[in-house]
Ligand binder design. Sequence first.
Ligand code: ACO
Length: 321
Amino acid sequence: MKKVSILGTGSYIPKRVLTNNDLQNFIETNDEWITTRTGIKERHIVENENTSDLAYHAALRAIEAAKINKDEIDMVIVATFSGDNAFPAVANVLQSRLGLREVMAFDINAACSGFVYALNVAEKALRNSKMNKALVIGAEVISKYVDWEDRNTCVLFGDGAGAVILGEGLGDIIDNNCYSRGDVNRYLHGSGTPLKSPENNVGNTVGNIEMNGREVFKFATRAVPSSVNIILEENNLTVDDISLFVFHQANLRIIEKATKDLNIPMEKLFVNIEKYGNTSAASVAIALDEAVRSGRVKRGDKIISVAFGAGFTWGAILIEY
Ligand code: ACO
């Protein structure tokens, strides 16, 4: 069977930093509250860039790391809920801007689980077709959706992008799973453009993120151990066989609770939430790139990544790097 390996990774973070102390200038909050509840110290926010700009730079870095020619890329998937436009997709913008051939390019939206969903889709597409290489990106400009007067949500999020090139190589995507539960979507919601009709042609604003933090916390701390246990059991592996766990960086307390429940030693955990906050679909992609570039992951290592997000959606992926 064709192997689907991670050939290269890249990420791009916008320059402007917004620290917890900066947030105190416009909402009633403080560094101590944010740090103890979430582990976040700062996040990066765009100034003039949009989602496709962040995705573009992350993609260039992944292409460079993979040492491939752009012409070898057969498909582009961008995971995002914050694309530049309703359409065209960010992936279409990139296909042209990166100078790729006229390849299949589309976005998917599974909120914070988007990148893990996209890897799942790309892996199956490459394994079962003539296509050989895929560019898979998680990219978000969440700052445009955030209500900057709502301290319950605005402190949690940041902007960024991460990318991988998948193709035949030394490693493999061994297994993955993806789930969703739409019946509880009221607990984490970003309303879009309101429905309009000729009779009622009003309202054209992008809605804000609304969240029931406690319900999200309960869901996430169940979803992460459950999807990790399923992937371990189905592959006859234990935590000891895994070199690194790269979880969605939503909240340090969620990561710590899941890690404790799964008996994962802290040294097997990759955490960078303190620098970026929750970058939704970009979070696992950025973390993966930093894990690779900092030498935390070596060829042959097994990695498990788990994402969870609005939908609710969640899923895990087992990678031999
Ligand atoms: N600064 C100061 N005070 C705040 C802030 C803030 N930024 N935000 C809320 N508060 C206040 C609330 O108004 C409330 O005050 P009140 O009691 O007077 O009404 C109080 O803090 C709530 O405190 P806690 O109950 O201790 O808050 P909790 O421990 O539940 O923490 C949090 C809130 C961090 C949101 C938690 O519920 C959580 O981690 N939820 C998970 C949500 C998450 O991580 N979402 C990420 C995005 S979703 C995703 O990626 C899937």
